[in-house]
Design a protein around this ligand. Structure first.
Ligand code: ADP
Ligand code: MG
Length: 233
C-alpha cells in the first residue's frame, strides 16, 4: 500500500538547513496497523505529512497503492488525497459551528454527493463510532473522546484506503485514549490500513507494528506478537 525508498527532507530557514528525514525506507502492506514512535522533533509529523501528501520530500520515492507520488499538480494531488487518505489530528480539527453530523458529511459534500445520500452516509458512520444520539450536537457540547470519534467518522466517510493519525490520543486522558484506540483497532480489523504517530508506549502497544524514528532514521521496526487489546466495549 505504501512504499518509500531513501526519503530525505530538510527544512530551510534563512541560511540554515535542518536535515529532518535522512533516508527513510519502509513499506506498509494493506491492512496493517502501524505506529510511528520517536521523541519530539524526531520527524514523525514530517514523515506523516509526506505520506499524507500534505508535503513533499526532497528526494527518494513514495508510492501509494502503486501510484508514484511526485510532482503532482495541486488538483491531482487533492484528488488522490480525497480518494486514498483520511486524516485524524490531535486537536480534532472539527468545524465549531457545524453539528457532528455536518462535520462528518462535509467531505461527502466536496465529493459532490447529494444531500440526502450524504446525510444517510454520515449518520451510518456516526453510528459506527457510537455517536448516533449526538448527531445534532456542536463540537463544544461533546467531550474530547466524542470529538475524536466524530473526527474518525469524518475520516472514514470518504472511504479512504489509508488512515493517517498524528497523535490522535495526545489531547485525551488515558481511559479515553484507550477507548479511541479500541475503535481504531476495530476499524483496522475491518481491513483498513492505519498509521498512527505517537510518543506513548502504551498506545503503540495497541498497534501491530512499531516503527521507531530517531534523528531522522528508522532505528527499529518490529511486529508486535501480543497486541494490547480492549474488547471494543
Ligand atoms: P515530531 O513530529 O517528531 O515532533 P516534526 O516532524 O514535527 O517532529 O519536526 C522535526 C523537526 O523539524 C523539528 O526540529 C521541527 O522543529 C522541524 N520542523 C518541522 N516543521 C518545520 C517547518 N515547517 N519549518 C522548519 N522546521 C520545521
Ligand atoms: Mg509531531
Amino acid at each position: 500500500m505504501i512504499e518509500i525508498k531513501d526519503l530525505h527532507k530538510s527544512y530551510k530557514t534563512g541560511s540554515n538547513s535542518l536535515h529532518v528525514l535522512k533516508g527513510i525506507n519502509f513499506n506498509v502492506a494493506e491492512g496493517e496497523l502501524v505506529s510511528i514512535m520517536g521523541s519530539s522533533g524526531s520527524g514523525k509529523s514530517t514523515l506523516l505529512n509526506i505520506l499524507g501528501m500534505l508535503d513533499e520530500a526532497d528526494s527518494g520515492t513514495y508510492k501509494l497503492d502503486g501510484v508514484p507520488i511526485k510532482n503532482l499538480n495541486e488538483k491531482i494531488a487533492a484528488r488522490y488525497r480525497n480518494k486514498f487518505l483520511g486524516f485524524i489530528f490531535q486537536s480534532f480539527n472539527l468545524i465549531n459551528y457545524k453539528t457532528a453530523l455536518d462535520n462528518v458529511a462535509l467531505p461527502l459534500y466536496y465529493q459532490g454527493m447529494k444531500r440526502k445520500e450524504r446525510i444517510e452516509k454520515a449518520m451510518a458512520y456516526l453510528d459506527k463510532v457510537g455517536l448516533t444520539p449526538w448527531a445534532q450536537h456542536l463540537p463544544n457540547e461533546l467531550s474530547g473522546g466524542q470529538k475524536q470519534r466524530v473526527a474518525i467518522a469524518r475520516a472514514l466517510a470518504s472511504d479512504p484506503k489509508v488512515l493517517l493519525a498524528d497523535e490522535p490520543t495526545g489531547a485525551l486522558d488515558t481511559k479515553t485514549s484507550y477507548e479511541v484506540m479500541d475503535l481504531i483497532q476495530k476499524i483496522n480489523e475491518e481491513g483498513r490500513t492505519i498509521l498512527i504517530v505517537t510518543h506513548e508506549h502504551d498506545i503503540a502497544e495497541m498497534t501491530k507494528r512499531i516503527v521507531n524514528l530517531k534523528d531522522g532514521l528508522i532505528i527499529d521496526d518490529k511486529k508486535i506478537d501480543q497486541v494490547k487489546a480492549l474488547q471494543h466495549v
